[in-house]
Design a protein around this ligand. Sequence first.
Ligand code: NI
Length: 182
Amino acid sequence: MTVRAVLRMGEPLLLEKARPVTAFDTPELHALIQDMQDTMNAMDGAGIAAPQIGVSLQVVIFGQKELHGRSNPRYPDAEQVPYTVLINPTLTPVGDEIEDGWEGCLSVPGLRGVVPRYLRLHYIGFDQFGEPIDRLVSGFHARVVQHECDHLNGILYPMRITDLNKFGYTDVLFPGQDIQDD
Ligand code: NI
């Protein structure tokens, strides 16, 4: 179990375009994903991208695998998103419907903002064994994928905020709710 340090906004690597993975099912790739999983779970995150732990590769993980019957305490009302390893993803919006929703990020601790995202999304990519992934999703699942895959293009959610009146410190925005960093 290795919980890695998460890079914070301001770190140049977070602004880089990540490189595609060229070899699947390797010890190095499995070790990277294990570290990402340990780090995400330790922080109750909805997802994490490899660049956030300093590895500029097109690998993201998101969703919940082992919650022992409970929902993510960070997102108790969010619909369940299956635990997914997504590598070399391609995202295609389905329709042009946009939905606003609050987001946070492990790389932007203590803050939350309202981010417009495509409501419906088609995404393809590969898992860690090189098996293809092809899904049509909506709502929170679509939001999480868009947020995580933005990290692979050097985009952090504050760059997507269109109304900066809806961006602030979590404990000020949601007093008494004990919402942790994303
Ligand atoms: Ni993030």
